[in-house]
Design a protein around this ligand. Structure first.
Ligand SMILES: C[S@@+](CC[C@H](N)C(=O)[O-])C[C@H]1O[C@@H](n2cnc3c(N)ncnc32)[C@H](O)[C@@H]1O
Length: 218
């Protein structure tokens, strides 16, 4: 079944310079390929290695080599950064993204990457922390609050949840109090903080620099 919805084709279907057109014959004889994409072309926002693959095949392939870090973001006030966080988590093959608080979030910034990313929901920070510890994951709060240690020199745990706060309140006091570690990103200007989506990208990349096998990157 052809998967992409209209938003995955934003740069797309009517733009022959984006993606690839119909696959030349003979077609590959492999169940990972989607026959409709082979026939019509593949304009989705996926890396070349996944051209013409079904969504299910792409998710299964990433699942086989996901990294053991998770990302969580508090969503008690409809944070507009969650889409960006999901997209970056997809790019770095995070195990899962956890939305804490409201179930609804603004998918615009995700650019449809949420279709290839496991996303879970937790009612509260306490529920997230319980789940994380049951799964042997250290909870690393990311915020520039008192007691935080510099991300730049911290030894990030390999199996962990990176927990981000939202614009305004930041990481909730409960999360800070119960996290195993809080890390801050060094700043040098006048602003109190950076955008949560940007902070998430920096922290995820710090994990990548510390733990990922770079020979397996695209
Ligand atoms: C805009 S900030 C929250 C407000 C911030 N605590 C303040 O005092 O203004 C939103 C989220 O982005 C992340 N963040 C922003 N700047 C950061 C920094 N310098 N270090 C670590 N995390 C940061 C944190 O997860 C934070 O909860």
């Amino acid at each position: 079944m052809t998967e992409p919805g209209p938003t995955e084709w934003t740069a797309g279907a009517s733009d022959p310079t984006h993606g690839v057109g119909p696959h030349p014959r003979p077609w590959p004889d492999d169940p990972r390929y989607d026959r409709e994409l082979l026939a019509d072309g593949d304009r989705r926002n996926v890396v070349d290695a996944y051209r013409y693959w079904t969504r299910e095949a792409i998710v299964a392939d990433i699942d086989a080599r996901r990294h053991p870090f998770h990302v969580a973001i508090e969503n008690f006030a409809h944070d507009a950064n969650i889409g960006t966080v999901v997209r970056t988590a997809n790019a770095f093959a995070a195990q899962a993204v956890h939305i804490v608080g409201r179930r609804r979030w603004n998918r615009r910034g995700a650019m449809v990457t949420d279709r290839y990313q496991h996303i879970e929901h937790h009612e509260s920070v306490a529920a997230l922390l319980t789940w994380a510890h049951q799964h042997g994951l250290a909870v690393v709060a990311v915020d520039n609050t008192p007691g935080s240690v510099p991300l730049e020199t911290a030894d990030l745990p390999r199996e962990c949840v990176l927990l981000f706060g939202q614009e305004g309140p930041g990481v909730s006091p409960d999360a800070q109090a119960r996290a195993d570690l809080t890390v801050s990103i060094a700043q040098f200007g006048s602003t109190r903080s950076i955008n949560a989506g940007v902070a998430a990208g920096i922290a995820m990349h710090a994990w990548i620099r510390r733990h990922a096998d770079l020979s397996r990157a695209w």
